[in-house]
Write a protein that binds this ligand. Sequence first.
Ligand SMILES: O=P(O)(O)OC[C@H]1O[C@H](OP(=O)(O)OP(=O)(O)O)[C@H](O)[C@@H]1O
Ligand code: HPA
Length: 174
Amino acid sequence: MSEKISVLITEEEVERRIKEIGAKISRDYAGKELHLICVLKGGVFFTCELAKRITVPVSLDFMSVSSYGDDTKSSGVVRIVKDLDQPLEGKDVMIVEDIIDSGRTLSYLIKVLKGRNPDSLRLCTLLDKPDRRVKEVKVDYCCFEIPDEFVVGYGLDYAQKYRNLPFIGVVESR
Ligand SMILES: O=P(O)(O)OC[C@H]1O[C@H](OP(=O)(O)OP(=O)(O)O)[C@H](O)[C@@H]1O
Ligand code: HPA
């Protein structure tokens, strides 16, 4: 079955904003190197587009986390499915995410990664849904704040579908 999807943020607007945030990050990290942590799977599209817009030297690593089963997603229990390949000690690190919703995933990740002694740790997200927050998370760079709607595209899925949409859409019928 395919769902009805309406456009919330167009492809042009997403690209324009990623360029803007990439330029800001480049200015903020001038003279430094930046280690980006892509949070799989949703963060992949945003990480690639963002990395292309950053002008300081960038290295990349990947991590996958998951809640313990869908039923208990709201329990806030998060586990590492795929850990980073490289240590963070002495690096300026930025976590790159597609969306912050309840904040549970990111509050867990930030705690874990801080414990690995990076020189600095910041968070960059494509989307933020502040109305849904359960756990407080400090967002350093955000492309768009969005209302409490279930969104897809640009890495975000509904039942693993629609990650490949080049815009941010709202699933009208679920
Ligand atoms: O703020 P939260 O309520 O914790 O939600 C945000 C998390 O949910 C999504 O990941 P998901 O678990 O759907 O995995 P995916 O990236 O593989 O789709 C998203 O990529 C964030 O990691
Ligand atoms: O709105 C959303 N869409 C897709 N995945 C998500 N994970 C948290 N919020 C969302």
